[in-house]
Design a protein around this ligand. Structure first.
Ligand code: HPA
Length: 275
């Protein structure tokens, strides 16, 4: 890949660039086709080791269209892992966030690349703030729906994509067959990178939100556009601003992720292993 990211061009052919990324992934991992893709958010890093045997791990920057990760706690690699049942899983540890100021086509490139590798299922994970006081840090929550407050869309032009049941009922059932106690909630994507104000969190609650975060919704829309079946799981890393009365810190969010990692990693590995 050359230094210039082809997605920087305003008229970039995003599907051709995703296809190029998929061929880079096939060449660099030696795995022609992936069945499942999973994007690892804050706190979910250990899952990669538990999903199965790692066949190859590639720095994301060697793959067409991927950008250098910005935030601490986000690993910049793609891994090809085989589950005990023989499914090839593309583990995406390189997320581009909308708050990095890049165009949405950068934010959703990994999703389009995953679809181009042949994946039919995408599992999106993230760390999120909880609007509900009953959900403590460390609690995994299935995403039942989202509210996109970024004002952006990965689709361009007259593309009217149905988002009913965006978060697959079938896959949520699979997750609950592994852990029946998993609650569900509506994820609200704010643009970030600042955390929300308490008033914004109250607003998120009033409009039907349960979780607040800075990723996932845009990726889920792109996944639906690409025909992927989506499972979203949030790890509550903190109570959202105002729900907790002390200030929020990125360190706290990372620490909650680190503490929950073995448990949620095992959960994610079991969900993916059962697909
Ligand atoms: N708000 C937004 N994003 C987040 C939060 C939060 O409280 N926690 C982790 N990511």
């Amino acid at each position: 890949m050359s230094n210039a990211n082809p997605l920087n061009a305003p008229d970039a052919d995003v599907l051709a660039i995703a296809a190029e990324a998929a061929s880079d992934i096939a060449r660099l991992t030696g795995v022609e086709h992936h069945d499942i893709a999973v994007t690892l958010g804050s706190g979910w890093g250990q899952a990669a080791d538990l999903i199965g045997r790692t066949v190859a791990e590639v720095p994301a920057t060697e793959i067409t269209g991927f950008s250098r990760p910005a935030a601490e706690g986000h690993v910049g690699t793609l891994r090809s892992v085989v589950t005990p049942r023989g499914k090839n899983v593309l583990v995406i540890g390189a997320r581009t966030h909308y708050y990095e100021g890049k165009h949405v086509r950068h934010v959703v490139h990994s999703v389009r690349a995953a679809a181009a590798t042949g994946a039919k299922v995408l599992v999106l994970t993230n760390g999120a703030g909880s609007v509900r006081p009953a959900w403590s840090p460390g609690q995994p929550v299935l995403i039942s729906d989202h509210i996109n407050l970024t004002g952006a869309s990965p689709a361009q032009g007259a593309k009217f994509i149905d988002l009913t049941d965006l978060y697959s009922v079938r896959l949520r059932d699979v997750a609950r067959s592994i852990d029946p106690s998993l609650p569900e909630g509506v994820y609200v994507q704010f643009p970030g990178p600042h955390y929300e104000t308490p008033a914004e969190v109250r607003y998120a609650k009033i409009i039907g939100g349960d979780l607040v975060g800075m990723s996932t919704a845009l990726e889920a829309i792109a996944a639906r556009q690409a025909g992927l079946e989506v499972l979203g799981i949030s790890l509550v890393t903190n109570l959202a601003a105002g729900v907790k009365t002390t200030p929020l810190s990125h360190q706290e969010v990372l620490e909650a992720g680190r503490q929950a990692e073995p448990i949620i990693g095992a959960l994610l590995a079991r969900v993916i292993g059962s697909l």
